[in-house]
Design a protein around this ligand. Structure first.
Ligand code: 5AD
Ligand code: SF4
Length: 588
């Protein structure tokens, strides 16, 4: 089949998602599902007070097909405000409120999930829920899940077994404990989770968090509830995430969601849907707020951050298109217009010159010169690029449908290094993809040696259902071979990263202080421009902006650290003075 045909098929599948999922959104009653254990049925007290009866009669006159279609494509401009929003016909306003119930979140997987947790929490907080960090106190437990590899899902299944025991042991005097699965696993497995783990009360896919108050209200009445609709435009632009740690120095700002790349091994396009970008104005508003709160670092977040394209206003479509990196192609039809990543990066970096800007995770295809130039010129944009290669073999890269060869990737690395002297590079690699031979593996080893990354994320291949590889290729590298190759990649990566990091010894680096080191109460920990951890003794020092003043570093301070030793993952040194990003840039 022509590659485009395959993409079209997937597009069609996603477009049909809402319709196909309508029945899925309908609520499942205990009576309809006699196999449901008593833990998911209303408690006797609740049946006595007529809540269940009342609910069932309202359900009979309940949601229409149109209702679900409407909620499936909530327009982006609509401000989220549960207080004023009409409840669905089968629920009262009161039932949509949290009424002080306590929610406990557990987050698994990537940074996107950390950000999703903050979005989900922001929505529930507005609905009157409280948050607890103690599992035992919780009335609702929500697991924000990851599906990228089998192991990630297995962790959740194991956790669900533990939570089942917690639910069963709960005294009858307390309100029943509700358990929800949010994110990629909810999206991937849908009904299978409810059938396999009967004590799960609700499922919400990555685009359904606005629906959480309704899903929880339904769950509260003893029904299982699910919304796994994928959206073409949901970016939660108007939902201000709640920062989990008030003392944090840095925050993540989601700028786009979804992925159109369809790499053949990856489940993400199926669990997080089509690529869509958040309007620039709402991103800038969030960054400004974070700067006012005193945060010193923002990481722009998305599955393909640098494929950013804000098409939210018609006039944006007249903008000149930017090119792909040389030698790179896409699996989808060329997109036109919109405000691109270079524009966003430029605007974001102007908000606060003392705020460091990072971004993750980019795709190597979208590094036009405008972006590289900006990273080079702008003092507060970190000279650090994540450049996921996945493999060093052109043959495997083709099977992965990455849209580039080893040669094009290496040429891009050289171009980036020439454009941004001193840039720090990191990458993702997969060991043991379908059909990977020993020779292919050695090509990956040689790429690791050639590029000498500062950081690396290495994984053994895990076949995922629905992906192109699952349908077309054979997972033919034995598990022990995958693990052996992974070990070899890790060893080589560490050797090379140590060499690369050792070049910093003797240099003075700007470090953003995060807090105490985990290993020793006498040491502080921070990050350098390349995002490497830097450890140094907590000592008094001069403050360059207040000559004569002796200070100790606090979280959120910029300090100069003279590097004295380096390993593959950490730098060590001693602190020289407290400074500012501007002062450092002016003097280096
Ligand atoms: N198996 C192993 N690793 C995977 N990744 C994505 N899908 C898989 C898979 N099926 C890795 C890629 C990606 C990172 C986020 O996870 O390296 O860049
Ligand atoms: Fe997955 Fe490829 Fe999209 Fe990354 S770019 S999320 S690896 S499909």
């Amino acid at each position: 089949m022509h590659p485009l045909q395959c993409v079209l098929q997937v597009q069609r599948a996603l477009r049909w998602g809402p319709l196909a999922s309508v029945s899925w959104m309908l609520l499942r009653t205990c009576r309809e599902h006699s196999s449901l254990p008593s833990t998911t049925c209303p408690s006797p007290e609740r049946q006595e007070d007529g809540i269940q009866k009342d609910f069932s009669s309202r359900l009979a006159t309940g949601p229409t097909f149109q209702h679900f279609l409407r909620s499936a494509s909530a327009p982006q401009e609509k401000l989220f405000s549960p207080e004023v929003e009409d409840p669905p016909p089968y629920l009262t306003v009161d039932e949509l409120l949290g009424r002080q119930r306590k929610v406990y979140f557990e987050t698994y997987g990537c940074q996107m999930n950390v950000n999703d947790t903050e979005i989900a929490w922001s929505i529930l907080q507005k609905s009157g829920y409280l948050r607890t960090s103690h599992l035992q106190e919780a009335d609702v437990i929500l697991l924000v899940t990851c599906s990228i590899r089998e192991k990630a899902e297995q962790t959740i299944w194991n956790r669900l077994h533990q939570l089942k025991a917690l639910k069963t042991r709960r005294p009858r005097s307390r309100m029943p404990l509700r358990i929800g699965i949010l994110g990629c696993m909810a999206e991937r497995l849908k009904e299978e989770i409810l059938n396999r783990e009967k004590m799960v009360d609700l499922l919400a896919g990555p685009d359904a968090y606005r629906d959480l108050p309704r899903l929880l209200a339904v769950a509260e009445s003893g029904q299982q509830a699910a919304n796994v609709l994928l959206s073409l435009d949901e970016t939660y632009a108007d939902v201000m995430p709640v920062q989990t740690s008030p003392s944090a120095t840095s925050a993540f700002v989601s700028i786009m969601r979804g992925c159109d790349n369809m790499c053949s091994y990856c489940i993400v396009p199926f669990t997080r849907g089509r690529e869509r970008s958040r309007p620039v104005a709402s991103i800038l508003e969030e960054v400004r707020k974070l700067s006012e709160q005193g945060l010193k670092e923002v990481t722009l977040l998305g599955q393909n951050v640098n494929s950013f394209r804000d098409n939210s206003e018609v006039q944006f479509n007249n903008t000149v298109s930017t090119n792909l990196s040389r030698g790179f192609t896409t699996n989808y039809k060329t997109k036109q217009g919109g405000l691109r990543f270079a524009h966003l990066l430029d605007q974001v970096s102007r908000v606060d010159p003392e705020m460091r800007i990072r971004f993750t995770s980019p795709h190597p295809k979208d590094f036009p010169d405008e972006v590289l130039q900006l990273i080079h010129e702008r003092e507060n944009i970190c000279k650090q690029i994540h450049l996921p290669a996945q493999s060093g073999s052109s043959r495997v890269l083709e099977a992965m449908r990455r849209g580039y060869s080893r040669e094009a990737y290496v040429e891009l690395v050289h171009h980036i290094r020439a454009s941004i002297p001193g840039v720090s590079l990191s990458s993702d690699f997969i060991a043991g993809f379908c059909g990977e031979t020993e020779e292919d593996h050695l090509q990956t080893v040689s790429l690791l040696r050639e590029v000498q990354y500062n950081m690396g994320f290495l994984f053994a291949y895990s076949m995922r259902q629905k992906t192109r590889a699952y349908h077309r290729l054979k997972d033919d590298v034995p598990e022990e071979v995958k693990l052996r190759r992974l070990e070899e990649l890790i060893t080589v990566f560490r050797e090379e990263a140590s060499k690369a990091n050792k070049t910093s010894v003797g240099c003075t680096q700007l470090v953003l202080v995060e807090g105490l080191s985990k290993r020793s109460a006498n040491d502080l920990c921070g990050r350098n421009d390349g995002n490497l951890k830097v450890i140094f003794p907590d000592a008094e020092m001069e403050d360059v902006t207040n000559p004569g003043l002796r200070v100790r570093a606090q979280p959120g301070d910029y300090v100069l650290v003279k590097i004295t030793s380096a390993s593959s993952q950490t730098l060590r040194g001693h602190v020289l003075c407290r400074t500012t990003l501007k002062d450092f840039s002016a003097n280096c």
